[in-house]
Design a protein around this ligand. Structure first.
Ligand code: NAD
Ligand code: MG
Length: 389
């Protein structure tokens, strides 16, 4: 029986994880659930899974959560709150598996705490790898933590590389697939609304990653994520648009052979793979119906309309704090777009401005990463306030 702490239980990945866990009560115990601020959803999940601990990230909501749990007859659930408690929870000796399904750089704290404590990390939170990749991989190597990527592309690559020698990995190329997002065939992007941007053609996800998919920033973040997770330089990572989302990513070896991982577009598959690894659990996603798909197509990504993909390559090659600055600028700009303070096309403009105006030395520890993130966010907010005035 493995105890699971699920960070970001109320989100899209969080709910899919709970769905998978509900099928395996004899293998996994939902030990702790966390949410940012949505008490009703968190309490609902507590009613269903009866965890030992419920954690609310926004500290001021602690007593409201206690009260809500009490009203539901769940007085036995311990209530924790805030960032320090998130770190304490991720490292708790009783926890065997930490599922990191928080969105944004806020995921850094529990991700690093889990890595330092040598846990099995099921990592969906790509922003923590984008910001702290070097330090995270170093920490994992030191503590013997097990990192299993949940992001579908990285889970695919993990599967494609398994059993390959270090020499063959060193000569290989990664090929990340991208659906192309909702605007693959839309050329006028000035008047895109948040609703248009969140209507993803093949995946149902949280708002932030949906907007990132529409700008192709998501694929850019994934290139950076892949570079750290699998130790591949930027010039051995390609992106190809594949609108059917059947192939989740591929690896090409020196002999020209390509291994691809396929399946229906359902995040429960990589979640179940990571939970069960090295065994495969029974899957719940619809089986692929090849005749119904009929055609699979590929095209090059359009970096004229979606320049943020190029910015990610640029930041990765630049090193230092460039990926932290790009990530922070993007998070702040996407939030402003969702609140209708800036246009869709201003997201890329804001990222460009920040990359050109803020250069910081390479972080030497976690506190440098937080400081760079804080600084980049503050400056991005200033840039946005100036341009939306
Ligand atoms: P979401 O917005 O649906 O859920 C986010 C979760 O994080 C919620 O439970 C929320 O309460 C919590 N959260 C938000 N801000 C927080 C904060 N400051 N402190 C603590 N908790 C906070 O997001 P999602 O779509 O589930 O994505 C989660 C992560 O997984 C992201 O990094 C995303 O890029 C990655 N991912 C998602 C998908 C997908 O299909 N949704 C696929 C691959 C990767
Ligand atoms: Mg992905």
């Amino acid at each position: 029986m493995k105890n699971v702490a699920l960070f970001g239980a109320t989100g899209s990945i969080g709910r899919s994880t709970l769905d998978v866990l509900s099928h395996y009560p004899e293998r996994f115990r939902v030990f702790a659930l966390t949410a940012h601020s949505r008490i009703p959803e968190l309490v609902e999940a507590c009613k269903r899974f009866r965890p030992r601990i419920a954690l609310i990230a926004r500290e001021s909501l602690k007593s409201a959560l206690s009260q809500a749990l009490l009203e539901e007859g769940l007085a036995e659930v311990e209530v924790w709150a805030g960032t320090e408690d998130m770190a304490r929870l991720a490292a708790l000796p009783e926890v065997d598996i930490d599922v990191l399904a928080i969105v944004g750089a806020a995921g850094l704290v529990p991700t690093f705490a889990a890595a330092k404590a040598g846990k099995r990390l099921l990592l969906a939170n790509k922003e923590s790898v984008v910001c702290g990749g070097a330090l995270l991989m170093q920490t994992i190597a030191q503590t013997g933590a097990e990192l299993l990527p949940v992001d579908s592309e990285h889970n695919a690559i993990f599967q494609c590389l398994s059993g390959e020698s270090a020499k063959d990995r060193e000569a290989a190329r990664l090929i990340l697939t991208a659906s192309g997002g909702p605007f693959r065939r839309r050329y006028d992007l000035e008047d895109v609304t948040p609703q248009d941007a969140c209507a993803h053609p093949t995946w149902h996800m949280g708002q932030k990653i949906s907007v990132d998919s529409a700008t192709l920033m998501n694929k850019g973040l994934e290139v950076i994520e892949a570079s750290w997770l699998f130790n591949f330089p930027a010039d051995r990572i390609d992106v190809v648009v594949h609108p059917q989302s059947l192939i989740h990513s591929m690896v090409q070896f020196a002999d020209g052979c390509i291994i691809a991982q396929m399946g229906s577009a359902d995040m429960r598959t990589p979640i179940a793979y990571s939970l069960g690894w090295p065994e495969r659990l029974d899957g719940f996603a619809a089986r692929v119906d090849f005749p119904a798909i009929a055609q699979v197509t590929f095209e090059a990504p359009d970096t004229e309309r979606f320049p943020q993909l190029s910015y990610a390559y640029e930041a990765l090659k630049q090193g230092g704090c460039a990926t932290i600055v790009l990530n922070a600028a993007n998070e702040v700009a996407v939030d402003a777009f969702l609140k209708q303070k800036i246009k869709f096309t201003d997201i890329a403009r804001t990222c460009r401005t920040m990359m050109d105006s803020l250069s910081l030395p390479a972080p030497s520890g976690l506190s440098d990463i937080f400081e760079a993130d804080r600084l980049a966010r503050a400056k991005t907010s200033e840039v946005i306030a100036r341009c939306s005035r």
